[in-house]
Design a protein around this ligand. Sequence first.
Ligand code: SF4
Ligand code: SF4
Length: 440
Amino acid sequence: MTITYDPVDPAYTDEPDVRRELARTHEVCHGCRRCVGLCGVFPTLFDMLDSMAEPAADLLTPAQQDQVVDACVHCTLCAVGCPNEHGATGASDGGVDVPRLMLRARAMQFEHGHLGATGRMAARVLARPDKVGRVATKVPALANRVVSVSNGSRVRGVLERFTGASSVRRLGTFATERFSDWFADRPTIRLQRRQAAVTLFPTCIVEYQATSIGKDLVKVYERNGIECSVSAARCCGAPLLHSGDIEAFAEVAEENMARLAAEIRAGTDIVVPQPACAHVLTVDSIEYVTSEQARRDAELVAERTFDAAGYLMTLHRGDHYVLDTDFEGAVPQRITYQASSLIRARGDGFPGRDLMRLTGARIDVVHEPTGIGGIWSMRAGGDVGDAITQRLAEQLDAAPGEVVVSDSHLASLAIGEHAGVVPQHPLQVIARAYGIPEET
Ligand code: SF4
Ligand code: SF4
């Protein structure tokens, strides 16, 4: 057995090798059980083991192992404070690294054809949201009629067959104008006092679907003297990585790292409004690019890339910057903030919460996970975390906040499916607090 997280190691996708490592890791987790409430992976695993006469992870079948892997939404939370974590080198010290092993197991499943027919279709279509988004935003009325048909209907079944997108999950609708087109068509904005410059990596979600998040972000940044441009980089590749297509992901990552690094070298920082995409750009890309130049670019990108609220708070806390705290618009008295697992896992606080606190609102943080990760969670069969989303929705419905906020648009969609509220993005709350009207 080889304990490796190096995607170019020939053992990385070797099936017997990966399965032995899954069994070893699952046995360690079985003895620990600390992560049982974090996601669907651990309850699935422990239920299987508890139902055995003599619980032993090496007796789980490949199908059972795959069921455990399928429940992972790649939030990385289980690595935080894991008492059995590998040393920094990932060396064979008897420790575990569940998030990286899950990515390795996905790559093994992909290479050995274990995705099944709809999984393969999802890897070909759903995992390429930039291609889907380009087509859908050319015919938004038609695209939206199809994705808005009731969950579980025949039409959604056909859509699932041809795209791999879940027929039982609510899907996001498409914008009539792409975010980058809106940005390009705006009149030139003269900033009152230029304090910084950023390149916005819009993410496929903001580029094709939730464009209002990007519009509010730009207006909030410009009000604060931050000049904005839009990145030439394309989809971060998260769904390719999560589907296990690591060859396609590495190709996308190499191109994106070169483009983003060039934008940084031209004098801007990179800002990303969705946590899953930010994580892929700053953490995963570095591990999957192969050339030396791409690795250097990826290190620079990791250093100079920020989430949307995080960038404003970093400037605000510095010595040379003044954030506008004149909130003359609509400020809720109390906000319920759903803390993204990826932001929790970073361990450096909640910049979205801290930013909204500047408005004077009281913020209650809900730590319950969403049960949903990136776009790959929208695949057929990707609704394994539904019970978790339901639990979160119940908490949010009972929470006292007038407004619910989440950094992740996909999480907001899933929450909206189960709860009476659809969360907003922190930058949308700030825009309304400044009195900036919503532009759809
Ligand atoms: S990932 Fe670490 S902390 Fe979580 S159950 Fe496994 S061994 Fe325990
Ligand atoms: S990465 Fe997140 S979803 Fe995956 S096993 Fe760890 S806690 Fe669960």
